[in-house]
Write a protein that binds this ligand. Sequence first.
Ligand code: GDG
Length: 508
Amino acid sequence: MTGTGTLTTPLAKVWTKADLLDFIGANMKGVRLIVVSNREPYSHRHTDSGIQCMQPASGLATALDPVMRACGGVWVAHGSGNADREVSDEHGRISVPPDDPAYTLRRVWLDKQLEDEYYYGLSNEGLWPLCHIAYHRPRFTQRNWDSYRRANRIFADAILEEAAGEPAFVFIQDYHFGLLPRMLKNDAPNLLVAQFWHIPWPNRETLRAFPWKEELLDGMLGNDLLGFHLRYHCANFLNAVEREVEAKVDRAHAEITRGGKSTMVRPFPISIDFEWHNDASQGPEVESAIPAWRQRIGVMPEFLGIGIDRLDYTKGIPERLRAFDLFFENNPEYRGRVGFAQVGVPSRMEIGDYQEINNEIDREASRLNEKWGSGDYQPLHFFRGEYSQTQLMALHRLSNFCMVTPLHDGMNLVAKEYVASCFDEDGVLILSSFAGAAQELTDALMVNPFSTDEMANAILHAVTMTPEERHRRMRRLRTAIAENTIYRWAAKILMTLLRMDSAESGDS
Ligand code: GDG
């Protein structure tokens, strides 16, 4: 496409934001980058004090905003804020971040019914449970699938308009856009199309239940590059293609050829801006947010555990609360000494299963506090709502251990953020072996979230761990994240695309 030639930066280094900026400066001149996601990185809402710009809580936005700030370009996303139209131009465009414009946000408008069927229906009641295998039955309807196809088409048209016939790298995010790659490639073969699937890809037995699997796989094979967090998810995808569609699967090179066009399938484990988290967590803003948490919690226990999750049935929150109950059963001497603060960000409340998980958490929370609370002491503090990154870091600082125990998770950035906040190398991470992050964070206390006993034992281990063991484990965890930052993730993907681009234009 752009024929940028030899790459100037080797991969074997620690990637900071400055490194990525250098890399982009040296290698991406003239390359147009278009990022696509359902969720917008900034949304505008009406509030009592006028229109406000918000940054929604999502792993995806947290991960990609710094990359876009560094690269510039266009981010195409669903305009979901109730004041979005008022602040965007007639094409749905606006420069962001508002206080320091660095790139263009192109908003795509979807009507309420289409959003319900494509986003809540097919994506979150169908693909989300299908891919996570967390014992929640996926729901599929033809109507939702038709809307998914229609929404993908609307996004395709907006992207084609932004590309305006010129070559560009299109980087699509997630499971909302399984059909988009093929649509783009059919209409504009000069686009280099990559997609990152942020959630797991299921084994082929599970995928069999998806009624439109052939069309979905064909759509995804429109990509030049397809990324998952883990090698295991890549292998599942290759297996699925082998079984369900006509294509040549080259396992040695993790490459699939269908209809003369090939798709590279690669693992790119996502991460965070380690330096930023490490520095900010030691800053004065975080320091001054700590007293508010003390106040909210009231009587501080000797050991405070924390959990921070979207309120989603994949995150294993009721299971975690049941583990606390068993922990107190097994170790009654810790009653009054151990407490747990759980932050829960409401999510997808339009879906019945999400209302049910909220109710279940409320039931478990009341049960735990009624059974083990006494006087001023309450074992569980449940904070339902959104908190700023500063507030979350303050909570990290106040805690002795963090529980990240999803039943299944593509990666899980909360685990990495907690570790990055532990600048004094003191803190314990209890981590589900079913989170993608478990592949890198091998020094965490690893648990099977389906085993209440294992989790209860891990809580005991966390509160009895010697300072030496805590420091040793935390040091290694921090090294693992410092070596694999979000900037490395982005650089690896961009480098792979640049190489493919050079190969196509015959430069290499
Ligand atoms: C998907 C995949 C994958 C949490 N509460 C608040 C808040 N957060 C932030 C966290 C973190 C992000 O949201 C959550 O990221 P996760 O990775 O844990 O989870 P998902 O949203 O399910 O993300 C996941 C990820 O994509 C990236 O690929 O890791 O496996 O499921 O950054 O700090 N942020 C704010 N207020 C909150 O109250 N502002």
